[in-house]
Design a protein around this ligand. Sequence first.
Ligand code: F6P
Length: 627
Amino acid sequence: MLNSVREKVEEFVVQNGIPVSELPNKITNNIDLATSGEEILNLLSETDKEIFRGWVISDNLKSDGLSNDFSILKKISILSKLIYEKIHEQSKSPDKRFKIILSGCGTSGRLAYLCSQTFSLFLKSIYPALDYNVCDYIIAGGDYALVNSVESVEDKPKVGAQLLKNILDEHPNTECVYLGITCGFSAPFVAGQIDFCLNKENNRNILACGIIGFNPVEMTRKTSPINENNENFYDLMKKLENMERQDPNKYFIFNPLIGPEPITGSSRMKSGTTTKILIDLIFTKALVYLDKRENSNELEMLDFYEKILNVLYAENTKKNLGNIIDNSCEALRNLKHGGSINYLSDSERLGLLCCVDASECLPTYGAGKNDIKGFVSAKNAKSLTQKWQGFIKNCPTVWSQNIIDHLENFNSDKCVFILIESDDEFQSDQEIIDKENLEKILLEKTQCKIYKINLSSKNIEHTNRIKVLEMNELSIIYREASKMYSSYFSNCLQEFTLKLILNAISTGAHVLYGKTYENIMIDVKVSNIKLYWRACGILKKFCSELNKEQCEDYLLASIYSGEKLTNEKNDIEKHIEVATGKEFIVPKALIMALTGCNYSNATLLLDESRNSVRNCIFKLKNKIQNK
Ligand code: F6P
């Protein structure tokens, strides 16, 4: 007999056999038929609401959204109290060192970085004597992966465990809270770290071990062994679940069931957003305890996020943001004629979100490195922190104001610049002047379309060339959040707002450009094992008459450009290596599978559709159906 809503939803998912993180969302089933940014926003508004209000599975079954999931809210409370106690203890006796380690791959690792930086900086501002970052991060692929797509390290559990061990070894007398993030409960990199934490020998300084993801434990990945005992991620999660039952003050599984992503499998969206909310709440609550205010209420905090959703999806904003999406799509349609989408932020903190959003389009939509980019504005690299100086030197997708030297690349009226306006308290006067200069130069020297997104408390003037997305209510919400909780919480809300806006622009532009069929990412990059099998699943979905093996064969034919396979079929790592960096792998495989044509003809057919993958597949499917 199933009692709770949670049990019923879990049973539904398990019987269905597909993890929530890989299910198509019914709301966005026809997202590829949308003809405008505004229509896309209507759909995203509905799927984002599921985070708070629950996932409607059928007329009589609906999951608890965050706002009703009291078991998750209780865990937030327990963990935040533990963090508070340790920070408090540390502030009284500095030799009692304490650390929180957040870790993940792709977006999950980037959010680990963002959340750890915002929290550590804030703690330093209230405890100037703190001489280290209380909150640390690990991202698969290292710092380069913060602003670039590096997918393959996700498959390496030993690397994950070693990186965690390195941090613990560097801080020998430090008690640690470890929190792994893997939205699909699927990343071996994170599983390796969980395995490390659950091993008694390593456990000495680990005060608490938790995981964030959005599937029932039963749906954890069962392939890919993680350790010498051949245990897989699922085995480890079952252990963790057991330990959580025995010691709920030390082990934590945060897995609210918020429903499928608007673009199937795109965990950067709802799952990323919910990851951020969970971490924000844990840290904000710890700060409230530190402030000796006992009466913080998670539901009241969640309310702030929902208020922001209401502002973002209000009619007026939808119209203006929809227009930015339309023009961003136009930029993608004109990639060959100087089109590109460029985000430019006036702060490093928010600039990171810009770079993150841009870099995610590579694996998700098979975007090219120059199609969509993030920038942080600074007169010269020296005025940036060391980390950003490193990014600018080493990462092709992150530039500072030296874009001025490359303005000829942006001189088409098809190119879109989206400037993020904020009052970041960590921003220097010089940075503000630099940004204003950059705007002037952009206006004088380029023909680009320029939009401003105003997250600041000032009103900004519209001019002929600069359109402003004004959302006056936001600054009221931020101010209220700061008054009731802390400026830390207000920063979290600002990051949340920007994440949703950027996700909407990049998703909307790529969907309108034809990079999805229904809500399936049919131009996904085949750059790790999860994505390899996702690609096979996409072929199976659209060619139901083929069996799994035939689908894999078509994928391989596309990866090897129609050449005969010379290495072992089960050498998936090799296939991924060959596929990484190649364009249109899945679309071409799909065309071959649908029509039976060879690789060269698939390439021709795709070219004829001006690379609009969706239009090409749509036409082919129609043709086949009408035969
Ligand atoms: O492999 C690509 C990807 O799906 C990214 O899009 C995502 O951010 C990353 O993997 C991590 O996924 P997860 O959080 O489920 O481990």
